[in-house]
Design a binder for this molecule. Structure first.
Ligand SMILES: [Zn+2]
Length: 359
């Protein structure tokens, strides 16, 4: 990632004063010091209940940590300095396990909060929350805000990104509940929301509208998986409204070949959209959903090094400038990870107050 690893960070965000730090696994980092950043990745995607009862033959927790340390260290060697792990509830988030990786790698890891479901939530959420049998405030809001303000599961690691999902079923009642909770958490904390969208179902525009109606400025939304699409009109509209689009699945050639993903990025760069795109892989060291043996056969380039080794050279050959790459890999991620104005409005008093719990 030589072009993107330029130390010329002068084009970065100007707002870097105290209180504007980005939470990482090893503490707060100035946004201007994040460097080349992959904004949509995973380290371990699992399923704790399945793993407990029907362990996957390719999953060895101890070996997995060693493997992740090796992969992330190699990634640092290619110039990447920060990786955002968007593994939230529903994907088997295990922050303690990730902390064991983070303490041994030279790059910054950022945790996320949110809920990954394309349709329904587990039964717990059916009985908890306003108007439900057990009652109380919506636990989703409590979970998200606590993860951001206090830290995750007693680890002290605070989430630096929110994540929601809208896929083929659209904004189902439970998906709406997750997105509403994320919007409330955003309003209270200022943390940016990244989405999993499905451009073929036009869920990106729907997410922008739904979140916008609940107080989330489009500038604080990354419409993820936009790179799965070659529908330039849809992508331009998302960016013209203020959002950043995630060209974040390089290597997922079983969905769309990288050559075509690159062509879309180049077309939009030529139109001046460098400040509205971010690049990533949505890769993982281990995912039970598509395990390593499957990936090796069906998506051999779907790994952390694909951008540095294959995609950036393709972008450069197609005319992307060093400034374009710097913007997509350094400037835009720093802008989006920097705490937003909502955090200022509420912090420290209101934002730090515990959620009132009705009797
Ligand atoms: Zn993902």
């Amino acid at each position: 990632m030589t072009g993107g690893s330029s130390p010329a960070l002068g084009a970065g965000p100007s707002r870097t004063g105290p209180g504007d730090a980005v939470p990482t696994f090893r503490g707060p980092v100035d946004p201007a010091a994040l460097g080349p950043t992959l904004v949509h990745e995973h380290v371990f995607v699992g399923h704790p209940e399945l793993d407990l009862n029907h362990p996957h033959p390719e999953w060895d927790p101890d070996r997995a940590i060693e493997d992740a340390v090796e992969r992330l260290t190699r990634l640092h060697g290619l110039g990447v300095r920060t990786v955002v792990d968007l593994t939230v509830l529903g994907l088997g988030r295990d922050v303690a396990r990730l902390a064991a990786v983070a303490e041994r790698v030279p790059l910054h890891l950022v945790a996320a909060t949110g809920y990954y479901t394309a349709d329904v939530l587990p039964a717990f959420f059916g009985t908890h929350g306003p108007g439900r049998p057990v009652g109380g405030p919506d636990p989703l809001v409590e979970f998200f805000v606590r993860d951001i303000e206090e830290g995750i599961a007693g680890t002290g690691v605070r989430a630096g990104m929110l994540k929601v999902v809208t896929d083929e079923p659209g904004i189902t009642p439970d998906v709406a509940r997750v997105m509403s909770a994320a919007a409330e958490a955003h309003v209270r904390t200022g943390v940016t929301i990244t989405t999993h969208s499905r451009p073929a179902s036009r869920t990106g525009p729907a997410q922008q509208e739904f979140l916008g109606a609940r107080g989330v400025p489009p500038e604080r939304i990354i419409i993820g998986h936009s790179g799965d699409s070659e529908d330039l009109d849809q992508l331009r509209a998302l960016m013209d409204a203020g959002s950043t689009i995630g060209m974040d699945r390089f290597g997922m050639e079983h969905v769309l070949p990288d050559e075509r993903r690159v062509a879309t990025v180049l077309a939009l760069l030529a139109e001046g959209y460098a400040d509205r795109m971010v690049l990533s892989h949505d890769a993982a060291c281990f995912s039970r959903v598509t395990p390593p043996s499957w990936r090796a056969v069906h998506a051999p380039h779907w790994h952390y090094e694909n951008l540095s080794r294959r995609v950036l050279p393709m972008l450069r050959a197609g005319g992307a400038s060093a400034a374009d790459l710097h913007r997509m890999l350094v400037v835009n991620p720093a802008r989006l990870l920097a705490p937003g104005p909502a955090r200022r409005r509420h912090a420290p008093v209101a934002g730090a107050a515990p959620t009132p719990r009705p009797s």
